[in-house]
Design a protein around this ligand. Sequence first.
Ligand code: BGC
Length: 800
Amino acid sequence: MGRLLNKFVRFVIAKATKTGLEQELDGAAQSGRLAYDAIVPIARRAAAEGIVLLKNENVLPIQSTDKVSVFGRCAVNYQPVGYGSGGDVREPYVVNIIDGLKEVGVALNKELLECYDDWLARPKNTPDEGFWGHWPMHFPEMPLTQELVAKAAQSSDMALVVIGRAAGEDRENKLKPGSYYLTKLERQMLDLVTARFSRVAVVMNCGNVIDMAWTRDYGDKIGAIVYAWQGGMEGGNALADVLTGRVNPCGKLSDTIAVSYDALPSAQCFGNREYNNYAEDIYVGYRWFETFAPEKALYPFGFGLSYTNFATQSSGSVNGTQVEIKAIVKNTGALAGKEVVQIYVSCPQGTLGKPAKALAAFAKTKELRPGESQELILSFDLAELASYDEKKSCFVLEAGQYRIFAGSDVRCAQEILTHTLSTAIITQQLSEVMAVKPEHAFDRLVNRNGKPVYEQVPTATTDLKKIILDHLPKEVPFTGDVGLKLADVTSGKCTLEQFVAQLSPQELDDISHGEGKMNSALGVAGNAGALGGVTESLRARGIPPIIATDGPAGIRIKRTCALLPCGTMQACTFDLDLIKELYSAIAEEMKRHGSHLLLAPGMNIHRNPLCGRNFEYFSEDPLLSGKMGAAVVNGLQKAGVSASPKHFACNNQETNRNRNDSRVSERALREIYLKGFEIMVKKSAPHAVMTSYNKINGVWSHYNYELATTILRKEWGYNGLVITDWWMQKSASPEFPQLKNDAYRLRAQVDVLMPGGDGPFGSSKVGRALLDTYCKPGGITLGEMQSTAANVLRFALATM
Ligand code: BGC
């Protein structure tokens, strides 16, 4: 009895000492509710605005008088997001397509629904969610009969056919039915439905772009095609909004959809285990299609229809290299809607060769009522379109005509202005970095007078060892403990340097490692790890433990959190304010759960649609990726938490992702693969950046001095933290063979090994930088250790 009473008293005290927020969180966690409901309407809006209408021959929107037959199991087994760290969120609910349609009052063919429900209720038809790296790519369809479809057609006005696909981390999509291609059952479903229904809309519930060549086989039998991506927990509601016209479609493709896989520029050099030569060079996505193969694009980059029409009048002026475009967009149709104005530039071919068009700016209108107009001003500097000359190590605007186009996709954009540069302008003088190793030389694509020509890629000539030694960070004399706390830096009592000067060698070593594992006991259950104040000694100096959680599609912890539309869908909104607002809301949710750092956004370029993680990433275009990335970072950081954009860089495939070598020219790196990160870093100053697992031109990103130091910090002026992706590969520095593993990493100024300790690649045995080499000839220096500590502490101060 006494023990029971004690337990009760402890319970009452515990209850009483819990803050209001903690009690609310407990309540929310127990009932599977969100701790921050304000996200819901924003998530719904973002999902609706990311949906892309590819075709519509008077099939959509669904009218209030329409009765609709819905085919395809993913209308029920909706795919809200991809698999892996970027999608593994404990969402409170997922509104599937059927629920979404019912919610907005669409009359559905109940008999058909029941048929699907009965079939889905059989144990053998329960979706098999698989396990890490072995997730399903699709769920097999329910076989349909002629009779069932004929009966459905008799009693309904139209059919909706849903095709679903899932992709995920640590594995690639495959060129097989059920992944990139449709299955026999899916084709059969389309055959039967298009034979019986005269009004058919197909909905693609896929995180990646998949083959769409089959749409041609059906011609006008398929009257509408909607690329609905993976819309997170509100996906079904958002889709219902668009299908019924509550939201007029306004999403635009962030990737080109090719007529076939073979038509893709990277088709021949993707997915190899050891290395991939990026032979298509800068001609990624629409840069390839618009320049060399316009007929091979089924749907061009930037494309997306509306239920209304717009007329846009654009004019512009150039002052020096500064361009200003005025676009007046008028809604000339009968329904309210939004339009995206896209500006492209065609640079003169010069000696370097250029893509036919490159995105230079974009802007989205507010919702325009029929007859209403809006003036948009879009400005950019031509310098942002400069090409990288590897011979002279500079970005240059070559002499000649700069043609400026405006329109609602890359293909239909009309020339509105020409500006002539009589002499070339070097916009940035840099130095050679990260070039292809001579022993790995390959032929890469170059544009020679409109003809695709393959020429040998320039190879590395630099002496990296000398560059590193010439720029070793200065050391601050070690003072030993003088009792300073980190808060003394904030209050101005001491400088960061003085604080760092008292850290012991052991502390300097500790601070360059995460606490040791995922799900750190220092933070909310299910976190991805802790860094900063990871030992008693560091915490005693007032350095807080910083809790990292995955992203990007929501907060991945063992609590109920909002599940957002996938990254590609976010990019298709072309709405930076909306995405910023979405992540400000996520920041509030993070604060409630004690997450300081979101491992997001995913920023790798969509080089090939088979990449398993494309759903997390934005686009094939670096400007769109960069601006979207900045919107996410600004949304999070302006609301008081931190972001860690990832995976820096060239994590363009999942096959052998920890060992694969992305071999790519310096020009393609600078113009395409690093460009998005550069734009994001300069526009949003993320508190952290995560390196990628792969090698780039023979060097793992987590050991890559040129990537993390020369480019990121020196060229772009970044002064935040660089962390590894989770665990790293063992290796020794070719320039300084005595530096291995952590010491090799530290010399690159990749500050923190995450999550720090035992890992799948034996990182516990990689040896500590300092203990092995500190103060030994040729070893890691005190200055390097202190510089890393300062990066971690600056980050801690920003998140405190
Ligand atoms: C992924 C990262 C993720 C990390 C922590 C890695 O496998 O590549 O994107 O943030 O795990 O979960």
